[in-house]
Unconditional design. Structure first.
Length: 673
């Protein structure tokens, strides 16, 4: 017999599912009607009129179901709970239905080119997109039922398992799309990552030592490992980068779930780990940040102060050669774990002396962490070979701040603030519910510390997101999202210790859980795309043409690869490396208006230091609006005019393959800034 406590837990779940179904059906109905007006479709004479009726009927049924479950949920849910499959054959069949749905969702999107531009579409693209998303929701519900029947579990667990398994699978597929044999850079900076990774072995690869990167050195350190085997080419390095994203993010999620969730809840551990994995990747938390998250999660303990201090110092040293805004992150994670696991009552009655005693360890960690990060950066600067360009390490402080990118804009439709609140909203809800229900069980000092750190990282991450070059997604909110996730997961797992030093309470509201599970899926579905299919012979011909041209021009002097520098790193071209002015560094120096660096670049161009320059097609166009307009204008006012002044294009790669050009010195400088 279904226990009353189980019914009490399942009723909010079903009410939430019904509300979501109602909202999606209403959205589909309104969208279909609005689209019909724009596209001039007469609904009564079109198939879309029938679909409008289906959406409307689904909405009305949801209203009826909601009222019935809210009024008489015990009886209705009791009957629903009894749905089971008795034989193994049927349970296997149910699991195969889930596998079918797993493949069907992307297959339908790819087959009907949903969300893609089609010259002569059979059906209205807008209507088709609405129908697809509506059907995806019903496919999720069917997947929930399939897993519930297959594993004879609850509907809640079936729903969570379906969304987590779909989310993890699609996240991996989306990331794996970059692992191709395409011989040129996929995106303006992809090749840069492999070049900067190669610099850790520059003496071996290029025959002499060159300065290391001033941006994300730890990322490139991790990506440098495949260079230990010289024969590994570009496809393997792409796979290694994919592996780092997946492996380090998965490790963080698993370690956190193991620490925060009881051993008795093994299934819940894996479900939470899977969700957190997708959450981190949807925010865009870089894999080299995960290193400084894993160390505190593994080693920090209120019972082992010295081990904890060492973990904070080592993780902070890593932060010090990563990014300036990550300096306090390891210490803050350690402090959060301390505040969650160590009650104030453990030091006795809260006198001034006892307060100092309780706060001494977090204060030491914060001080040691910040000092360690500063020392690491101070030591790295001369060791990296960039002592003559110290300004590059502080470029973030001299770059323009674009505050409008915090809100919906052409570079990022959601805007940073709405976007991060949508993604982290469920975790914030968990904390607010915890405070409301159990605030008295945790000392106010601990609450204050937790929320102060979350607020500090939120504000700091917002500022970083406004820096020119950022704000196009949520990845600069990584420190805030990571710390918030850790704290919220501890509350979900009931791993916090109350003031009477007893195991804490598990905060698990199903309404919040449902939104948390659906939210990453809504972001993932639009990103699903077929595995890249490129013209192999044409792209290889373009690569060979570029290599031949560079090798010939390289006989006349050095060749500057602003773009496509991985061709030098992998030995595709037979020219010496020119270490300066790679596109990522050059763009960063232009955005921060680094005068000495740019003047040196202009002087090299004016004196025709380079026999050739490999770069994307240059122009002087200034945009008043549009995606990344500010970045475009910086490049086209501080870089392009100087290249076009002293150099002229000698070769243009097929525009369908790449927008690359090879520039050679102009005999006469023309139209110079």
């Amino acid at each position: 017999m279904l226990m009353k406590s189980e019914l009490k837990a399942s009723r909010p779940f079903w009410l939430t599912i019904i509300l979501f179904t109602f909202a999606i059906s209403v959205y589909a109905a309104i969208g279909t009607y609005s689209r019909s007006i724009i596209a001039g479709i007469v609904l009564p004479r079109s198939i879309w009129g029938g679909m409008l009726g289906v959406y409307s009927a689904a909405g009305l049924i949801c209203i009826w179901l909601f009222l019935r479950v809210a009024r008489d949920g015990d009886t209705s849910l009791h009957r629903f709970k009894r749905l089971q499959l008795e034989t193994s054959l049927w349970r296997i069949t149910a699991f195969l239905v889930f596998i079918l749905i797993l493949f069907l969702i992307p297959y339908v999107k790819f087959h009907y080119q949903i969300g893609q531009f089609v010259k002569k579409p059979v059906y209205d693209p807008g209507m088709l997109l609405i129908l697809y998303y509506w059907m995806c929701w019903w496919a999720l519900l069917l997947a929930m039922a399939a897993l519930k029947m297959a594993f004879q579990t609850s509907w809640q667990v079936g729903f969570a398992a379906a969304l987590v398994m779909l989310g993890v699978t699609y996240e991996v597929l989306v990331r794996f799309n970059v692992v191709t044999t395409y011989p040129l850079s996929m995106g303006w900076s992809e090749g840069s990552r492999y070049y900067y990774a190669s610099l850790y072995f520059s003496k071996w690869i290029y025959g002499e030592s060159f300065p290391l990167s001033t941006l994300h050195p730890t990322r490139y350190l991790l990506q440098s490992i495949p260079f230990l085997i010289p024969s590994l080419g570009l496809p393997f390095h792409r796979f290694w980068q994919f592996f780092l994203w997946i492996a380090l993010t998965a490790a963080t999620a698993i370690i956190l779930s193991r620490r925060a969730i009881s051993r008795r809840e093994k299934a819940f551990r894996w479900l939470l780990a899977g969700w957190y994995f997708v959450y981190l990747l949807r925010v865009g938390v870089y894999f080299h940040l995960e290193v400084m998250v894993i160390l505190p999660l593994l080693l920090v303990s209120g019972k082992r102060p010295w081990r904890s201090l060492i973990a904070v110092v080592v993780a902070s040293l890593w932060a010090g050669i990563s990014r300036v805004n990550w300096f306090p992150v390891p210490a803050m994670i350690a402090i959060a774990i301390y505040l969650l696991e160590v009650p104030v009552s453990t030091v006795g009655p809260l006198t001034r002396k006892q307060l100092v005693r309780y706060l001494a360890r977090p204060a030491l960690w914060l001080f040691a962490g910040l000092v360690s990060a500063l020392i690491a950066q101070t030591v790295y600067i001369p060791l990296s070979g960039n002592a003559n360009n110290v300004e590059a390490f502080g470029s973030s402080f001299s770059s323009a701040l674009l505050w409008h990118r915090l809100w919906p804009n052409q570079s990022y439709g959601l805007g940073v603030v709405p976007g991060i609140l949508i993604v982290s909203g469920p975790l914030l809800a968990i904390l607010f519910i915890a405070v409301r229900r159990y605030g008295r069980d945790v000392h106010p000092l601990r609450w204050l510390g937790l929320f102060a750190m979350i607020l500090a990282l939120f504000a700091g991450s917002l500022v970083v997101s406004t820096k020119i070059g950022g704000g196009g997604d949520l990845h600069n909110m990584d420190a805030y999202a990571t710390l918030l996730g850790i704290i919220a997961v501890f509350f979900v797992g009931g791993s916090i210790r109350t003031e009477n030093n007893q195991p804490g309470f598990a905060v698990r509201p199903w309404a919040v859980f449902t939104y948390a599970l659906v939210m990453p899926f809504l972001f993932l579905i639009p990103l699903l795309s077929p595995y890249p299919n490129f013209n192999r012979s044409a792209s290889q011909a373009a690569h060979d043409q570029l290599v031949e041209t560079v090798n010939n021009l390289g006989k006349n002097g050095p060749v500057l690869f602003i773009n496509e520098r991985q061709l030098v790193a992998f030995g595709d071209v037979n020219v010496p490396l020119v270490p300066e002015d790679e596109v990522v560094t050059l763009m960063e120096m232009a955005m921060s208006n680094n005068g000495p660096y740019l003047n040196k670049f202009y002087s090299d161009l004016a004196h025709h230091r380079f026999a050739a320059i490999v770069a994307t097609k240059q122009n002087r166009g200034i945009k008043e609006e549009g995606p990344l307009a500010e970045e475009n204008n910086v490049w086209n006012s501080r870089i392009s005019p100087y290249i076009l002044c002293y150099y002229a294009p000698a070769l243009q790669i097929d525009a369908e393959i790449s927008n690359l050009e090879v520039y050679v010195p102009e005999t006469e400088a023309t139209d110079c800034p």
